[in-house]
Write a protein that binds this ligand. Structure first.
Ligand SMILES: NC(=O)C1=CN([C@@H]2O[C@H](COP(=O)(O)OP(=O)(O)OC[C@H]3O[C@@H](n4cnc5c(N)ncnc54)[C@H](O)[C@@H]3O)[C@@H](O)[C@H]2O)[C@@H](O)CC1
Length: 496
């Protein structure tokens, strides 16, 4: 798992490298610039394109000067540097690189105000104005400049972080910084790149190594962690010789309704392909034929009005919610399961019913996993006007209720009872189709049945669900839920 650090911690990692590795501060900047240029030239190899490099006065600006110098030396014929004289505070390495640029044949101009920027003719802009040193929202000349750059409507590459974009913390809905096409950032992604609002600041990002000490970075205390394939390989347990269906647990999935029986089928199918030993679907009687014809391996427990799950303890894992429908009977069933005090996976309509019963939220059994998307989450825990605030609430509630909260999004946040937040990086827009959430619930309950801890089951399920979707999306514009459910077994086999 990769630790994601705040700007202050990243600065410490820079200082650590300078103090402990045989590298001077200015050489670290040169290394960062080289890494940026390498990545940039892979994308933009046409040496005749006009490139405008905007440089601030701190180390981000220093990077920009070094980048411009390297581009000129690498055959880019039309590089022009705009040095913004907006602050008297100039960093040491900025000044060294300014002198190096002065001695080169790079074209440059010093700009004191945005009004002086007439006739900027560029195909590509490199934004090296403000980086991770940002300590307040943009205003005055800086805000005006960001607006000016955005209005040029050119392809913008940001150095480390787009000017005006906070690397962590709340992103304002009225973001007024630079809107980049791509950000090439150093050593680690910024925490905020995983928040949906980052789409206002950068379309995409790439992380390039600059030679910081990985051991030092991994030793830092942080609540934000990025799941990697190696973690999945490490958590997954192989299926053993002499094992039998009892070894892999019995999952109960309370789901489906007359018009939403598909959700029950998808969750059950996903659970099946995740490897649970036995699966019982608690479904309305109207869904029996559909279940028996499409998933003959899955047993049925018809859900009548008066259904009780007589002995929940006989199941190793229970999920409730996909396509369930909202009714008094279903609410009673949910209540009984919650009061049985056995960990549950709670999804979809079960979450919507919970939102109306704050008394039950407090009693969700410890180690349960809830899987809300943004709207379900806000119904449960109140409205939020930013994803940062929402994730902080999720972290707080996961710790308080001792449960796992899987807050679903492009990058799903998995908040654990110990306060850690695992960010899932797999998954893609081809998966944006009904039924995907039902499949995720089925995968989670499938892992729980096999006695994975709640934390591991959530981390594994999110990663594998997204990764399977990524593999399928290499050949398809859209990946449907049933196909993904079936393919889960293949991906588990590949990563086990
Ligand atoms: N040795 C290092 O520390 C390295 C730093 N690197 C670069 O250095 C950057 C960080 O540099 P700095 O810490 O010098 O900071 P920046 O260059 O991001 O910002 C410069 C200064 O601007 C001021 N400022 C902050 N917010 C402002 C606002 N809204 N309006 C006006 N002024 C504002 C602050 O006083 C800040 O120190 C990174 O993003 C990265 O690009 C890289 O060169 C890698 C090595």
């Amino acid at each position: 798992m990769q630790k994601l650090l705040t700007s202050v911690q990243m600065r410490k990692a820079d200082e650590h490298a300078i103090a402990n590795l045989p590298i001077a501060s200015i050489d670290l900047m040169e290394k960062a610039a080289r890494s940026f240029v390498q990545s940039f030239l892979r994308d933009e190899f046409d040496a005749s394109k006009k490139i405008a490099v905007f440089c601030g006065n701190g180390n981000n600006g220093g990077d920009g000067l070094a980048i411009a110098h390297l581009l000129c030396n690498n055959g880019c014929e039309n590089v022009k540097v705009y040095i913004l004289n907006f602050s008297d505070k100039k960093s040491k390495d900025f000044l060294i690189n300014l002198q190096r640029l002065d001695e080169s044949r790079c074209r440059k101009t010093v700009v004191n105000s945005v009004a002086e920027l007439k006739n900027v003719k560029a195909d590509i802009i490199i934004d090296a104005i403000l980086g991770s040193g940002l300590n307040k929202p943009l205003e005055g000349k800086y805000a005006e400049l960001a607006g000016y750059i955005n209005n040029l409507n050119k392809k913008v590459y940001a150095v480390d972080v787009p000017t005006g974009f906070p690397a962590e913390g709340k992103i304002r809905a009225d973001y007024n910084g630079v809107k980049a096409y791509k950000t090439i950032c150093f050593q680690r992604p910024k925490i905020n790149f995983f928040f949906p609002e980052s789409a206002m600041a950068t379309e995409t990002y790439e992380v390039v190594a600059i030679g910081l000490d990985e051991n030092f970075i991994q030793k830092q205390e942080t609540d934000f962690l990025l799941t990697e394939e190696a973690d999945i390989h490490h958590i997954l347990k192989p299926r053993k010789l002499f094992s039998h269906k009892g070894t892999y647990g019995h999952a109960l999935i309370v789901s489906g309704n007359t018009n939403t029986m598909g959700a029950a089928l998808l969750a059950s199918k996903a659970c099946l392909h995740t490897g649970a030993g036995l699966i019982t679907a608690c479904i309305p009687p109207s869904g029996l034929i559909a279940l028996n014809t499409t998933l003959p391996e899955v047993m049925a427990l018809p859900r009548e009005e008066f259904t009780r799950i007589e002995n929940p303890a006989k199941f190793q894992a229970i999920a409730i919610g996909p396509g369930l429908g909202i009714s008094i009977e279903n609410e009673r069933l949910l209540e009984r399961l919650i009061l049985s005090n056995q960990p549950l996976v709670i999804d979809a309509d079960a979450l919507n019913m919970l939102a109306e019963r704050p008394d039950l939220i407090e009693r969700i059994p410890a180690k349960s996993i809830i899987t809300p998307h943004m709207k379900e989450f806000d119904r449960l825990f109140g409205d939020h006007d930013s994803w940062w605030d929402r994730v902080i609430t999720a972290k707080f509630q996961a710790e308080k209720l001792k449960i796992v909260i899987v807050l679903k999004n492009q990058f799903t946040f998995i908040c654990l009872p110990d306060g850690k937040i695992y960010i899932n990086s797999t998954g893609n827009p081809a998966m944006a189709q009904g039924g995907m959430g039902d499949v995720l619930t089925g995968v989670i309950v499938g892992f729980l049945a096999q006695k994975y801890s709640s934390e591991d089951a959530a981390i594994l399920a999110c990663y594998l669900h997204g990764k399977t979707g990524d593999e399928l999306a290499t050949e398809r514009i859209v990946v449907n839920a049933a196909l993904l459910a079936e393919q889960i077994a293949v991906e588990i086999k590949r990563l086990a």
